[in-house]
Ligand binder design. Sequence first.
Ligand code: ADP
Length: 862
Amino acid sequence: MEATLLCRNGENDISSLSLPLCSNEDLSGSKQRKIYVSIRNSVNINQTENSDFQSTAKKMNKQYSSSDTSMSSEGEEPTRNIKNKFRTLKKNPNDIHTNLVEDVSKESCYDSTTPAKSTTNISASEEDECVTEDDEECGIAMPAYKLKITYKFIQTETKLLRKIFDVHGLREVEGDNNFNLLWTGVHMKLDILRNLAPYQRVNHFPRSYELTRKDRLYKNIERMQHLRGMKHFDIVPQSFILPLESRDLIIAHNKHRGPWIVKPAASSRGRGIFIVNSPDQIPQDEQVLVSKYIVDPLCIDGHKCDLRVYVLVTSFDPLIIYLYKEGIVRLATVRYDRNADNLWNPCMHLCNYSINKYHSDYIRSSDAQDEDVGHKWTLSALLRHLKIQGCDTHQLMLNIEDLIIKAILACAQTIISACRMFVPNGNNCFELYGFDILIDNSLKPWLLEVNLSPSMGVDSPLDTKVKACLIADLLTCVGIPAYSPEVRSHYDSKWSRFRSSSCQRSINVTSVSYKIKKNKKKGSVSTDHLTGEEQRILRNARLQYSRRGGFERIFPTADLMQRYGNFLDSTNGIPISTPNVQGQTFQTLIMQHNYNQMLHSNLYCQDTSYTIDDSLEKNRIKQYERALENGSEIPFAKKPAVEKSEEEGRRQRKLMLKKIGTGSELTQFQARQTFSLYLESVLKRITQDPRDNHEKIILKFLNKFGGSVKPPVLFRNTQSIKVISKARSAMVAKLLGDFLENYKRDTEAYVDSFDHFGMIPSSAYHQFLTHAQESDLEAVLTLHTNVTGIMPFLYNRCGLSVPPTPPIPSGLHGFLRALPSMVSSSGVAREVSKYDGYFKNNDKDYENVQDASIRPKSSRRF
Ligand code: ADP
């Protein structure tokens, strides 16, 4: 079987990414070398190009095997030598970025990305000559592979990222700190940040939570509302943090009645969210963010929708923000109805995919080109749709850009000071944020939240297309510098010396005033008056811009000073969000530079006759309406899925039942694996074929055992409401899905690599699981529980408060029906159930499971 990954432009994409074209002669006179490998998918190479590439690669290898440690620097114009060499490859000049410059730090750098398109595709035979399919798949023909560019993941969703990295020749390292790129799904540890060398990139800034925690974001924006005026920062719905601001909430409620939407301060994916009409329906025992519910959202064909847009920040000082031209629009599955009786229904009021995907009416588009089909659209498709209806989409996108910039300005000050304290080099950090935006029916955008590590999970071809392009463009824009091992070790030793004395940036403003000897182009404006750091910043900004792909730079823009100048400190250009800033002696605020001003004037205002060009803005905004170019499908050989055979399943089941019947037991890991596969089958059934009884059982089980998975608070108001079956199924399925996710993660802790005496051998059990259907899993779990009298899928063998094992009725769904009675009814979940009328009504149903056909033989515990 083959999986496909969609990438942009070009057809035989994987055969090249970045061609590092340099040789010893090219860099003669330099002391050290580094090569920026900018990820760029999509290229076809004809034979000439390829041979050139191969000879270059050879030279590269030769170069790196030498002990040359010369340096030049990053970010400027290519030397003539290299330009000539590149010309042989150059098809589309806009797609090539080659830079070799000398920097203040006398570092050497060579920045190259490949041409994006050539007119000649590789024929099969030609392709064979270059690289084999295997080579392509693991990227070993790629420059990044030869250059030993490495990446490391920490706690992150890795499937799509890994595919893209691997195919471009980046290699994964574990436990090693010599990565080039560190991608984490969580906040960055300060220790890691402090020790970064110049060649390393990490995907978060320190203290990003100022932006990504709902409560912090709101507080930061509220401060700006007080400081700069509500009219400038009216970008979030009025919100309160409870229980601290309960009184303010009541006052606000008395002024303008609800509804209010209640969200746990640090959660995501719609978890724990519910809507109430009045503050007295909000429990006081939890810290939550309560926001004014926007009752008049923009609807598509009657369905509420919201946007996920992707925002890249490559620097906070100067502030450089890009918005990806494509985003995702998420639609609620149930048609929107303002009537308060429907507030309980998450599939009508919340647009999260993680909730709506469980609704049996949820439609996924099955083709990457179907951008306005089903319950997930692209941003460009929405804009085209709105334009046809006569909406001012230009103004809408300007407002969205403005909202993004203002939210970042509100949080930037703290992040900048953290960067100064913890990040040793100007280029170490970049960050991709997921902005969730709700548009109301007057086309005003409201910021709901900013996601740290927006999901890179893909569930449809459309998702894959958008996210694969996004990741490739992101890494191209950011650029991953590749250093030879010699240079790396030089830096590692240099940096360890440096780190021990201070963790602050090495090159800091006015203290450094190298003047760079440049090849001045005719007509170009001199930057000699700039400090070395300023020149580096300017070069980087230009280079990044030239590699921006699908990203639009929204800050700085030509009109930045008119629009946002008032929000920046006049001396140092830092966005100010604290009122008493003048009197402060905080480190960031006494810096003698103004990078925002410097960058803006050098990018836009050097020419005195310069006037702001409206067409620049028009062009930028137009990009958002354009669909991503049709991508080529890159084949990835996927492990062939093992076909489940019913007959083999039955055979394996018989074998397993026999083993259990004769005294063998499941290990804790096997039992948990079986249980999660079983619940997965139940989940599938509830989603596809809602069955009242089974939902109730699952609810009751989760209420008792769900742990951090909250029982459905949204059911609180359902006593007098006839809950629509499909929506209820979706809610239960979502809870079960959340539970399963946690359960599977916990199960990893039980992996056992040895077979133990008296337990079922792991290879035999693996065979069973490979072919097992729901009924097979149920039969094994039932017999095992009845025979052993223990429940290793729920309780640790040495657990203290393990309830007695109930008799499990044999026959279809007997195990499921007995499930709630396997759980002791104590703990947190019981606490919450007191709010829940729905539970109370159904609590008695499964108290006694009577029809036991097999009693436990013994009640052994270890
Ligand atoms: P989460 O991080 O859990 O996804 P969000 O803040 O993004 O939380 O909200 C989840 C969903 O709730 C959004 O998709 C949106 O549809 C809806 N929502 C959130 N806040 C509001 C609001 N103030 N008014 C209307 N709908 C809202």
